[in-house]
Design a protein around this ligand. Structure first.
Ligand code: DGJ
Length: 713
């Protein structure tokens, strides 16, 4: 047993694993340099707190799983019992498996093995420090006893130093996902719970603790993400002992997980990131990590037309064919047929569960449309909502017992639907069979939009709490479908962005960030979704001129510039637009395609502008050769001309040409004359652009300027 120091990408993790108990996290944060054994011993000793009056007689230090037996009186990281015994543990360290290659491009891995023979439990803590500096950890608990052990909670936590005094997390609702909330970090526990049976519109993608006033480009920050698509908790705890932690895990209902003899439970993965370059530094580590995954989508993300807001349930072959023609004309590459194609689905009141093409609406099946679309050179995508069932469906009439419910009553309906119990083997087999058959019968389908339009409420499986098993079954179903149809991409949608987390993204290719296509709302939704996800994973569509969800009206330029920084698409009845609008739309699609390699591969930066009505963000190529930025005016300001906008992230020493994006119309402004540099562009160093910035034109509210930046040397 020893002191361990893992280092990657300017991040250090120091563990005191000298035993006899669980390892203590001596440090998680900025790199502490090359320390020899003595240096590590000194660091460990220097960070042990003193013993103060009215406290335990020995210092209390935080282990990887804080336990009452080691003096932890905060929120328990492990809770459970064996018929009311074995409710508290004192794990002893059994061994460590360390794999820490000298090569910084490989991850460092540690598995900590511990057991409490008295309680009949053993624990493995799996830790990976990724080459990006991202720390990923999970606890695995095994019941070594010969009677059942009921697990109530197993939540990995990590210590955060006292310099982190502010918290930022995200909340939200339908059409307003990822709304930030920020406050000083007080004593006590800040708990973000999601009990929706899905990740939730209000899920905080990250819980961030940081130094006072941290922003996108400055401040020292620590953050965690709980990767789980069922009930979950993410929390921050600060105690008068001086200890502070961030953590996250699954929320288990009473009796939900009972481990039989020899059985194990694994907590969700907890992703933990540190940066001394503000929130952008956190995103950088997360985005780089996600982009390195073997199955990360690497082909150009096809510009999509989704027909939902164009036709809703009004499926008519000729109309849809015409829409596909117009989509092809403006440069669309993927055509997605949304809700309404299957048996009985003429409105949102019936049909869910009957995954057969509706013979009345589609007498020749989907083939005529699929063939038309694919002949145009577009990929065909199809909407499904596999986990749901309408009581008005053949499936429900035949199998009312396949629904997640408490004994003797149905959960309150939501959008007229209930949830199928996927832990029921026959329900699972039916869904797998239907989805598999659809993909086999329509080989033109290259994409599924996988929706999930209600919370799980009183979700009982055979009389017992069922969310945990349901979440695992959904993962299994997705994994199996992907195994059978590896070329089919899947979008995670849940009434917009209610299923956005890194575990669903381990088996899907993008998320639908929100049902709100209003560009003003979308700016915020995308900015904060982008804290976790790189742009290519975030579906963002140009909606109609008047937003269907907010009734706001926006110019095409504002809608198109806002959607540009994601997986681009259109959700608009473009059959009704003028030739001039169509030409402009085609120009925006062309601009996106030209910028797409940069947008979907570069480093995301966001600007801390002093005027809250001015937002700017950009993507900078990793080699510093190019960048694209959008400057948006959200509202009017008292200062009619807000100060210059800094453009961060470029190579300070290189000279750059900055000019408004080519081939697309300029935004509307209030000025009498433009800033002089706009007409011919500006030539400035990366340092000048980051430190001084550029005076943007005085944009009207709800307008955006797109800037392209190219290195001259
Ligand atoms: C909710 C989704 O978020 C929408 O995009 C659309 O697919 C509808 N469901 C269809 O019912």
């Amino acid at each position: 047993m020893s002191l361990l120091h893992l280092r990657r990408a300017r991040t250090s993790l120091v563990l005191d694993a000298r035993g006899p108990g669980l390892p203590r996290v001596v440090h998680w944060g900025g790199d502490v340099g090359d320390l020899d054994d003595d240096g590590l011993r000194q660091l460990a000793a220097a960070t042990v707190p003193p013993v103060v009056p009215s406290s335990f007689d020995a210092p209390t230090v935080l282990s990887l799983l804080p336990e009452a037996s080691a003096g932890w009186s905060g929120r328990p990281a492990l809770a459970g019992h064996r018929d009311r015994a074995d409710w508290s543990t004192a794990f002893r360290l059994d061994g460590l498996d360390v794999d820490d290659p000298a090569d910084d491009a490989s991850p460092a891995r540690v598995a900590v093995r511990a057991s409490d023979p008295g309680a009949g439990l053993s624990l493995t803590v799996e830790l990976t420090l990724d080459p990006t500096g991202l720390l990923v950890l999970r606890h695995r608990l095994r019941n070594d006893g010969d009677t059942p052990y009921e697990l109530r909670e197993l939540t990995p936590v990590l210590p955060v130093p006292a310099v982190a005094t502010e918290l930022l997390d995200l909340t939200g609702r339908w059409c307003r996902e990822r709304s930030p909330q920020r406050h000083p970090w007080p004593m006590g526990t800040w708990v973000r719970e999601g009990r929706h049976g899905r990740t939730g519109h209000d899920a905080t993608l990250l819980l961030v603790a940081g130094t006072a006033g941290f922003g996108f480009g400055h401040g020292e920050v620590w953050a965690v993400h709980t990767a789980w698509s069922g009930d979950h908790v993410t929390l921050a705890e600060r105690r008068p002992t001086g200890q502070a932690t961030l953590g996250g895990g699954e929320l288990l209902a009473p009796g939900e997980v009972v481990l039989g003899p020899g059985a194990s439970y694994a907590s969700p993965l907890l992703y933990a990131a540190w940066s001394d370059a503000g929130l952008d530094g956190l995103s950088d580590a997360l985005h780089t990590h996600l982009r390195a995954r073997p199955r990360h989508p690497r082909s150009p993300r096809p510009v999509t037309l989704n027909v939902w807001e164009a036709v809703y349930f009004d499926h008519d072959l000729d109309r849809l064919r015409a829409l596909a023609d117009q989509a092809a004309e403006v440069g669309v590459e993927r055509f997605v047929l949304d809700d309404g194609w299957f048996r009985g689905r003429r409105a949102d009141t019936a049909g869910l569960g009957d995954w057969y093409v509706d013979e009345d609406v589609w007498p020749d099946g989907l083939h005529p449309l699929v063939t038309h679309v694919t002949k145009l050179g577009l990929e065909f995508g199809l909407w499904v909502e596999p986990e749901m069932v309408n009581p008005d469906s053949d499936l429900f009439r035949a199998h009312p017992d396949w629904v997640l419910a408490a004994p003797g009553r149905m959960p309150p309906p939501w959008r007229n639907q209930q949830v199928l119990d996927l832990a029921h083997p026959e329900a699972y087999a039916y869904l797998l069979d239907r989805l598999d058959a659809l993909l086999n019968e329509n080989p033109g389908i290259g994409y599924l939009k996988w929706d999930h339009n209600r919370d799980l409420t009183e979700a009982g499986h055979r009389g017992r709490p069922g969310v945990h098993a349901q979440t695992e079954a959904v993962y299994r179903l997705l994994d199996e479908l992907r195994r059978r149809h590896p070329a089919v991409e899947i979008e995670s949608c849940a009434s917009g962005g209610a299923r956005v987390d890194l575990e669903i993204l381990a088996r899907t290719d993008r998320v639908w960030a929100s049902d709100c296509n209003d560009a003003l709302e979308r700016l915020a939704i995308q900015r904060w979704t982008g804290l976790l996800l790189p742009p290519e994973l975030v579906g963002s569509h140009i909606g109609p001129e008047r937003s269907h969800t907010t009734h706001r009206v926006h110019d095409l330029g504002f809608r198109a510039t806002t959607a540009l920084f994601g997986h681009y698409g259109i959700e608009w009845d473009i059959s009704s637009i003028s030739p001039a609008e169509r030409a402009e739309l085609a120009a925006w699609v062309a601009a996106h395609k030209r910028l797409r390699p940069l947008l979907h591969g570069g480093r995301v930066v966001r600007v801390d502008h002093p005027d809250p009505a001015v937002w700017a963000h950009g993507v900078v190529a990793h080699d510093g050769s190019r960048a694209v930025y959008a400057v948006s005016r959200l509202a009017t300001s008292v200062a009619e001309v807000p100060g210059p906008v800094r453009l961060p992230g470029l190579d300070p020493a290189r000279r750059y040409a900055v000019r408004p994006a080519e081939g697309v119309p300029a935004p509307a402004t209030v000025q009498r004359s433009e800033p002089g540099w706009l007409a011919s562009g500006a030539t400035l160093t990366g340092a000048a652009l980051a430190r001084v910035g550029l005076q943007a034109p005085a944009l009207h509210p709800e307008q955006a300027l797109l800037l392209e930046v190219t290195a001259l040397d």
